[in-house]
Design a protein around this ligand. Structure first.
Ligand code: ATP
Ligand code: MG
Length: 418
């Protein structure tokens, strides 16, 4: 008989440290889980003894629901579990203890054996890991592990192994149920989406900026994306790849997200013949940040996010990072600043963006003039900004921009931004 697993259990970590704000974070977390499971056979979500238990009406949906829950920030571990009601265990245990017999824990052992059979695949050994959330339970954790371990050993013909076992059978004693489970997968931790406010992400088509967005979303920020395209219009720019990247990030968000698509042409029209070639790249980056800043203020964002990594390319020297935005007061968050490309690429694969990020795309940064200055000074950039009327370029670019909503079933390109 295949075991139905109608409950998904999950743990959280950082929220537990939140002191007086803990309830607000918890409410947000549970609400985000509920929203991310829209359309799933959900019966109820309970917060029980420092765990979140998601009860399903159809056990067949368990794996899919667990996958979705792994994308909810704030959760640390997610496991489909089989509940054994304490009513089925407590009387039997009392009788065994009174008769001074070995405790049988019959139903827990049956479930553990069945789950091990179902999931052992190539495992050649196992261990039972028991935790008691309810410390009043009459057996201590090692005693429970011994009983259940003996049953699995006999029932599945597997030897036990305490260090580095191929498989772990988990037993968690709660007040009303004993949960048994073998699959325990790591989620991303962090803070619930929306608990840190909004921020505007400069999203390119590359590897870095989707990772930067993800890492800040994990800190509870709701992102909005801004992308700059070259070409005379959206069709020519072929921004489908950017929309896909934003959609991938939106899988980690309980709410649909805005993506602003901004043309680069207004910058180029004004900079040609005014900004020297070696300043083109840094001035262009200044243009991007100024546009992002303006839109961010308009949309109640409290920070800008970019995928800069110190020294990765010429525009990201310490001098240039310091010179490009002297007049932007909003914090600019650069979560990748100290990471190398290998670490960033590993994250990109984990979050599911890598395959899309490496598809060919004509990014406007890649077509800027080569050999940018490495040691730009803010006063020079401010002077060129005046010379080319950067403010006007920003105004024009935003006027000509479009907005796409991602994270709904189909992205809809709506009317122009104003
Ligand atoms: P790559 O993986 O190719 O390095 P990248 O996204 O980091 O991609 P960079 O040229 O290193 O590209 O740019 C640094 C940062 O500037 C990006 O992480 C992103 O935040 C921002 N940026 C670059 N190009 C664009 C663009 N076309 N639209 C929006 N933001 C951009
Ligand atoms: Mg980069």
């Amino acid at each position: 008989m295949a075991l139905a697993t109608p409950i998904i259990a999950a743990t959280y970590a950082e929220i537990a440290l939140k002191g007086r704000n803990r309830n607000t974070f918890m409410r947000k977390l549970i609400n985000n889980i509920r929203v991310s499971l829209k359309g799933e056979p959900l019966e109820e979500i309970r917060h029980v003894e420092s765990r979140v238990l998601v009860y399903l009406t159809d056990a067949g949906a368990a794996d899919r629901v667990a996958d979705k829950m792994r994308k909810v920030f704030g959760l640390v571990w997610v496991s489909p579990v089989v509940p054994v009601p304490r009513t089925e265990i407590d009387d039997e245990l009392m009788a065994d203890l009174e008769a001074e017999r070995e405790p049988r824990l019959t139903r827990v052992c049956e479930v553990a054996v069945e789950l091990t059979r179902e999931n052992q695949s190539n495992a050649t050994n196992f261990k039972v890991a028991t935790r008691r959330s309810d410390k009043t339970f009459a057996l201590k954790s090692p005693e429970i592990s011994m009983s259940v371990g003996a049953a699995v050993h006999t029932g599945c013909n597997l030897p036990g192994r305490m260090t580095d076992p191929d498989m772990v059978v988990n037993v968690l004693v709660l007040k009303s149920n004993i949960l048994v489970f073998t699959g325990k997968e790591k989620a991303f931790g962090g803070l619930p989406s929306g608990s840190s406010g909004r921020a505007m992400v400069l999203l390119s088509g590359g590897i870095d900026s989707p990772v930067a967005a993800f890492l800040m979303m994990r800190r509870g920020l709701t992102p909005e994306f801004i992308h700059f395209y070259s070409g005379r219009n959206l069709q020519e720019a072929d921004v489908a790849k950017i929309i896909v990247l934003a959609e991938i990030l939106a899988e980690y968000s309980p709410v649909p997200l805005n993506l602003h698509l901004v043309p680069v042409v207004p910058f180029e029209m004004r900079s040609i013949g005014v900004v020297p070639d070696n300043y083109d790249m840094v001035m262009f980056r200044r243009f991007m940040f100024k546009c992002a800043n303006r839109l961010a203020k308009h949309d109640s964002c409290r920070a800008l996010i970019s995928g800069d990594s110190l020294g990765q390319v010429a525009s990201q020297t310490i001098h240039n990072l310091g010179a490009i935005t002297p007049d932007i007061e909003m914090p600019i968050l650069r979560p990748l600043i100290g990471m190398d490309k290998m670490e960033i690429t590993a994250w990109s694969k984990v979050i599911g963006a890598f395959k899309t990020s490496v598809l060919p795309y004509r990014d406007c940064c890649s077509i800027r003039s080569p050999k940018p200055i490495l040691t730009a000074r803010p006063q020079d950039l401010l002077r060129y900004s005046k010379d080319m009327d950067l403010e006007e370029a920003v105004f024009q670019a935003l006027k000509d921009s479009d907005k796409v909503v991602v994270g709904d079933k189909t992205p809809i390109i709506s009317e122009k931004n104003t």
